[in-house]
Design a protein around this ligand. Structure first.
Ligand code: ATP
Length: 349
């Protein structure tokens, strides 16, 4: 069932168009990330859903009710901010019980629900502490407990993990996803970190310059990016101009003739490197291009190899440390299985 329906939303700040014709539907219990570079409009969209901002055009409905004109507290949702926004003078338990108290629960009922929410985030023993006595990760969990205690239908999270160090952040990503599955509340999660979005989301809405360029699962947007921007923003890719020969087969066009062509998206794990044409032709049906190795760089468990071919710099990746025998300047043949190419048809910008 559609829980959140965003229809044709636009928002300007003065002359600057922050959001343009945004439509997005989110199901009950779904985890959807808004992913995009800084300034693309993620926070603005979240603030519109929350009701902190008004759209110039378009409507927002939650569970079938048009909430476009409703103030934040009348919407069946809650928001978790990056800076936690806990009350410093209240204990952890009172911070969490604040929500139920404000919506009319008695003291005993409010503290029972606060305890239940704290148990859910693994802080059942910490109710008597004050926020300043908690680590950053614990404070973030308190903020979560406070946001879910009233069991909203929808939780909005604005880069909630960005203040945490990398290790804790990775652990919290897993915990947060598990919690979300357990409580079944739909999450709209803002991040500019594609790995985070990939690791947590059922679907990702990729945003660029105030528009949604594609919505899909992590695998869909990685394997079949809808636009050049998505192809380059999600993972790494070499974008190769292509044309079809008389028999319909794809060939790669030299860089100098790239203008106005369709473009094939090649992920680095799909670029094979052969020592010579003879080796390349042992695998049939490969598109092959002669070139030379420009750079070989090992980073931990993977080696990135950049090959210059037909004027393109093609990125290949191998698991493990330096590929034996590959050195800079060496002549090689690149082999690509056309089935691993994703085509963006028509002249690309
Ligand atoms: P970040 O990842 O850096 O937080 P974002 O994708 O969340 O970026 P927004 O904060 O939504 O981006 O901003 C979108 C655009 O709208 C930006 O160009 C920003 O400068 C502009 N903007 C946001 N809020 C306002 C405002 N209150 N007044 C004027 N311009 C604004």
């Amino acid at each position: 069932m559609t829980l959140l329906a965003i229809d044709d939303i636009s928002k300007n700040f003065g002359k600057h168009q922050a959001l343009c014709d945004i439509s997005l539907a989110i199901e009950s219990g779904e985890f959807v990330s808004l992913l995009g570079p800084s300034g693309c409009g993620k926070t603005t969209l979240l603030r519109l859903i929350a009701g902190f901002l008004r759209a110039d055009r378009g409507t927002i409905s939650i569970a079938g009710e048009d909430v476009t004109g409703l103030p934040p507290h009348r919407r069946p949702l809650n928001t978790v901010f990056q800076n936690y926004a806990l009350f410093p003078h209240l204990t952890v338990a009172d911070n969490v019980a604040y929500g139920p108290r404000r919506t009319g629960a008695g003291k005993a009922e409010a503290s029972r629900r606060a305890q239940e929410a704290l148990d859910l985030v693994g802080l059942g023993e910490f109710g008597d502490r004050y926020p300043r006595q908690m680590s950053g990760g614990q404070q973030q969990r308190v903020a979560l407990a406070r946001a879910i205690v009233n069991r909203p239908k929808l939780l909005l999270l604005d880069e909630p993990l960005s203040a945490l160090d990398l290790q804790l952040r990775k652990r919290m990503q897993i915990e947060l996803k598990q919690l979300q599955e357990k409580i079944g509340i739909a999450f709209v999660f803002v991040t500019h970190d594609q790995e985070e979005a990939m690791a947590m989301s059922d679907r990702i809405a990729v945003m660029n310059a105030g528009r949604i360029e594609q919505v899909g699962t992590g695998a869909e947007i990685y394997r079949r990016p809808a636009t050049r921007f998505v192809a380059e923003f999600i993972g790494e890719a070499s974008l190769l101009p292509v044309q079809r020969t008389g028999n319909g087969a794809l060939t790669i066009v030299p860089a100098v003739e790239a203008s106005g062509r369709s473009v094939a998206v090649l992920r680095p794990e799909h670029a094979q490197i052969f020592a010579g044409q003879a080796d390349a032709s042992t695998s049939c049906n490969l598109l092959s291009m002669e070139g030379h190795v420009e750079t070989v760089a090992s980073i931990g468990g993977v080696t990135n190899i950049y090959v210059r071919a037909l004027g393109h710099l093609v990125h290949a990746r191998r698991l493990g440390l330096v590929e034996s025998g590959l050195r800079e300047g060496q002549k090689v043949v690149l082999g690509i299985d056309p089935q691993n190419l994703h085509l963006l048809e028509g002249p690309q910008p």
